[in-house]
Design a binder for this molecule. Structure first.
Ligand SMILES: [Zn+2]
Length: 444
């Protein structure tokens, strides 16, 4: 039995069904689960004092491309729109191999952990030079985050009228066979799972209609979730209308890509009918506000989606289009962007934090995560609000208005991953050094 008692927590934003905010209470974590919340609890195990701190569920990241931490701020891609940005980066990514995938994932996951994230998905859609999804799963085991990697794919190269170079695309039969392999090897459908695998063709413009359909059939046969990019910007909509003769929502529905087991990244350009379709079918959305700003894609209709009942989570997106992977900073960006679109009362700090925790857990099908409640997994973030960012705040629990952008302590499945602002599970300074060496070699 392993037990940790979080003692005298200043304010606990539970994100439970009543959205309770508890003051000066203790939270007991035992064997990966939150087992007790109360006052004056005692323990024979480890006690961690959290007086004066704000305690939240671990944040949930619903969209990332971890490998891109190796191509941040690449000069040719700094100011390009989506399609031009991709064409700058594809040739660099084609030189990646297993070590690049592993180290870049370690860095991306550690960066997320330091920003309070306990559960993340990843979308890896290119596998050059012997790279495998397993490389990123190994990294997640080192760092200690709960991980939902997805077996992404591209199958339409330049010679077939697609965007990626032919060297980065795969045969569709190979894609499906490898998806089966990684699901069988790593997917854990049970409560408290640390690894769940999904199926994730890169986007409707990089795979065939047949692969979209076959991937959905495979995912449902295996009982795993499905993920892709959808309706990211105007170019994306124009491509869909020209090539498929319909809008992205219609395309998704026709090929089986709606339902509670599906979540789409971006959805910046969904129209009213598509929002109704997603709400009706419980199709999830990974909203990536910084990436949408960075690539000038637009403002996703998150207010309208939430009001209609669409499950919405938060994503930092890949580090080549953000270029940061700070999830709590991303949560602040959600509320800022919705206010640009719809006014200062469009979204509160607490609602944005809810999207970043409970909302993301729902999108990823994790009703066992995203809340501080008895019986939920012990994924908890402790925020020190005694620093300069919160000095003078009348409401420290409004973390996203005036609060730290780095977590003090982070627990995942009851295990401490961040301690006093430092990753405590693996040698991060060494990983940063390796990452910089690899980046220099790619640039050279
Ligand atoms: Zn993306």
């Amino acid at each position: 039995m392993s037990e940790i008692l979080l003692k005298s927590c200043g304010t606990v934003l539970t994100m439970d069904d009543s959205r309770r905010e508890l003051v000066d209470c203790d939270v007991r974590l035992r064997d990966g689960v939150i087992v007790e919340i109360g006052e004056g609890l005692a323990t024979t195990g480890e006690a961690i004092l959290a007086s004066g701190c704000v305690v939240t569920p671990g944040l949930v990241n619903t969209h990332h491309h971890l490998y891109q931490t190796l191509t941040r701020a690449v000069p040719g891609g700094q100011d390009a729109l989506l399609f031009g940005w991709l064409q700058t980066l594809y040739p660099i990514w084609s030189r990646f191999g297993p070590e690049e995938m592993f180290v870049s994932a370690q860095i991306g996951l550690a960066e997320l952990a330091l920003s309070g994230c306990s559960l993340t998905s990843d979308h890896l859609y290119l596998y050059p030079n012997g790279s495998r999804l397993d490389d990123t799963i190994d990294a997640a085991r080192d760092v200690g985050l709960r991980f939902h990697p997805t077996r992404g794919a591209m199958s339409i190269g330049e010679s077939d009228g697609g965007l990626p170079p032919d060297a980065l695309v795969e045969e569709e039969s190979d894609i499906l066979n490898d998806a089966i392999r990684v699901i069988d090897a790593h997917h854990d459908g049970s409560e408290g799972a640390m690894v769940r695998v999904g199926v994730a063709p890169c986007s409707p413009f990089s795979v065939s209609r047949e692969l979209m359909r076959d991937a959905a059939v495979l995912a449902r046969d295996k009982g795993v979730m499905m993920h892709t990019h959808l309706a990211e910007n105007e170019e994306d909509i124009a491509y869909s209308l020209e090539k498929f003769g319909c809008r992205p929502g219609q395309y998704a529905e026709d090929l089986g890509w709606t339902g509670a087991d599906v979540w789409h990244a971006h959805c910046v350009k969904l129209d009213g009918q598509e929002i109704d379709l997603f709400a009706r079918s419980r199709t999830g959305v990974a909203h990536c506000p910084c990436s949408n700003c960075r690539l000038g894609s637009g403002i996703a209709p998150v207010r309208a989606m939430r009001d209609a009942g669409v499950p919405v989570g938060l994503g930092v997106d890949g580090s080549a289009s953000n270029d940061a992977g700070n999830l709590v900073a991303e949560a602040r960006q959600v509320l800022l962007l919705q206010r640009v679109a719809s006014g200062a009362d469009a979204m509160s700090a607490r609602e944005a934090l809810e999207i970043a925790t409970r909302g993301g857990a729902e999108v990823l099908g994790r009703s066992d995560c995203g809340q501080i409640a008895v019986g939920k997994r012990a994924d908890v973030a402790i925020w020190d609000v005694s620093g300069i960012e919160s000095a003078g705040s009348w409401d420290p629990a409004a973390l996203l208005l005036a609060g730290p952008t780095r977590v003090r302590d982070l627990f995942v499945e009851g295990r401490q991953v961040v301690r006093d602002g430092q990753v405590s599970t693996f040698d991060l300074p060494r990983a940063i050094e390796r990452q910089n060496t690899l980046a220099r070699a790619l640039a050279g």
